[in-house]
Design a protein around this ligand. Structure first.
Ligand code: ARG
Length: 255
């Protein structure tokens, strides 16, 4: 009897350990993704042409890329639209398989998540009301609108060593910030180049944008630290899409 109990206890311990390997880590290893049959992409769909909502559907360059990754894995793509500044925390916690959101690779983010190869280069742009002389426009002393948690927020508007803003107003999206600029609540908006150009084009005659000459930035896809299996698949697909000129094609399609 004692032997049987001992064997049972051992068996239970083994089951517990196995269950923990499979579930406790919160990792999105390839097996788990294939098992659930879906790749969960976290994004913030207020960033055209990379991700935006059209006819109630999230579309854009990052979605086109993610669809290719899902296809490679043989699973369906599920897009979760959320606040941009929570994406890194969610990926870190294993809530979602990858973050694809026109996300700039930064040293701070690299400590929280692992990044794929870089697939787009960009830079920060400034949106101002139409009629503004961009040659003489000064960011110092201005009320600046940004999307919260973006590089335009953290590394530019909110860093007094770079810009001595009068005030930095943080919005859930650059689209909201630009709308507030038209109401006179902020003097300008700082956001990435292509979204700035797209937002400006959608508000023709009301706003313009310009390049203030800041550092180039590169976008990459984020996964949970140590999830090398998924990262390898993402990198293979990204490299193929870049080699085939597909990413430029996606950008043109969504611009
Ligand atoms: N590239 C900037 C950053 O990484 C802005 C990204 C915003 N992306 C979005 N989908 N709203 O901080």
């Amino acid at each position: 009897m004692k032997k049987v109990l001992k064997a049972l206890a051992l068996l239970m311990a083994a089951v517990l350990v196995l269950a923990c390997f499979a579930g406790c880590s919160g990792q999105s290893g390839l097996d788990q993704i294939k098992e659930k049959g879906e790749l969960v992409m976290l994004t913030n769909a207020a960033f055209p042409p990379f991700e935006y909502v059209e006819n109630d559907e999230v579309v854009g360059v990052d979605i086109d890329i993610a669809n290719e990754i899902a296809k490679e894995l043989g699973v369906k793509l599920t897009v979760q639209n959320m606040e941009f500044d929570l994406i890194v925390d969610y990926i870190k916690a294993g809530k979602g398989d990858m973050g694809a959101a026109g996300m700039t690779v930064t040293d701070e983010r690299k400590q929280q998540v692992d990044f794929s190869v870089e697939y787009i280069t960009s830079t920060q742009y400034v949106i101002v009301p139409a009629g503004t002389d961009t040659e003489t426009f000064e960011l110092d002393g201005k009320v600046i609108g940004v999307q919260e948690g973006t590089t335009g927020d953290v590394y530019y508007a909110d860093d007094p060593d770079v810009i001595k803003a009068k005030e930095v107003k943080k919005y859930k999206s650059a689209i909201d910030a630009a709308a507030d600029m038209l109401l006179g609540r902020v003097d300008c908006v700082i956001i990435d180049e292509l979204p700035a150009k797209k937002i400006t084009a959608q508000n023709e005659g009301k706003m313009i944008c310009y390049d203030p000459g800041y550092e180039p930035e590169s976008y990459a896809i984020a996964v949970q630290k140590g999830n090398t299996e998924l990262l390898e698949v993402i990198n293979t697909v990204l490299q193929r899409l870049m080699d085939e000129g597909k990413i430029q094609e996606y950008v043109i399609n969504h611009s």
